[in-house]
Design a protein. Structure first.
Length: 199
């Protein structure tokens, strides 16, 4: 769901669906047709502006969890697998590319403390906020590509490059804004070589 809309809205979509269903049981979710998922995501108001595509992804995700992981999503990451294996498993889901797959593994490792055998295949998710922070901290050029930012993070923290994702995103969203940066509130202000966010 987390594409082309604000993350806060995307992350609410499963909750909104659970409200409509009166719970989030895998048995109930698995019984829904693609059209039923589409109606849940459309009525009374669309939960995403790409509702047709997202409802298809939602439906196929539930079906994959049911058929490949015995209805238990936690089987994607149990048993202390390598980070590469977890990212690969997420990539097998419809609509999931490298950025979302890595972000999902990163959230599991960083926020939920899920143990993996290693963390070096969890990349930074180089969105607009992260790229701006890398640029203003002079870690990358202002016109650095997504790939350049990813590989700079790998060079800076090869054991777990994705560890840099959350703080950079937070800095970019809250203080290091594209217009009117609020450098005084940023916890990197004493180390940042770009005063007042001027590039």
């Amino acid at each position: 769901m987390d594409r082309q809309i604000k993350a806060e809205k995307a992350w609410l979509i499963p909750y909104r669906i659970s409200e409509k269903l009166g719970g989030f049981s895998m048995a109930v979710l698995r019984s829904l047709s693609r059209d039923e998922v589409n109606r849940l995501m459309t009525q009374p108001e669309p939960l995403h502006w790409l509702v047709d595509k997202m409802s298809g992804f939602f439906h196929s995700t539930v079906q994959r969890i049911a058929s490949h992981y015995a209805g238990d999503a936690s089987r994607i990451w149990t048993g202390k697998p390598s980070s590469a294996e977890v990212v690969y498993r997420f990539l097998e889901f419809d609509g999931v590319g490298p950025k979302i797959a890595s972000m999902a593994a990163n959230i599991l490792a960083r926020e939920f403390k899920i143990p993996f055998a290693d963390y070096f295949s969890i990349d930074i998710s180089a969105d607009v906020h992260v790229r701006r922070v890398f640029s203003r901290l002079r870690l990358c050029a202002a016109d650095a590509t997504v790939e350049q930012v990813i590989y700079k993070a790998k060079a800076l923290h090869p054991e777990f490059p994705g560890m840099m994702d959350s703080p950079c995103w937070e800095i970019g969203k809250n203080w290091c804004k594209s217009r009117g940066p609020e450098c005084g509130g940023c916890y990197m202000r004493d180390l940042c070589p770009t005063p007042n966010g001027k590039t």
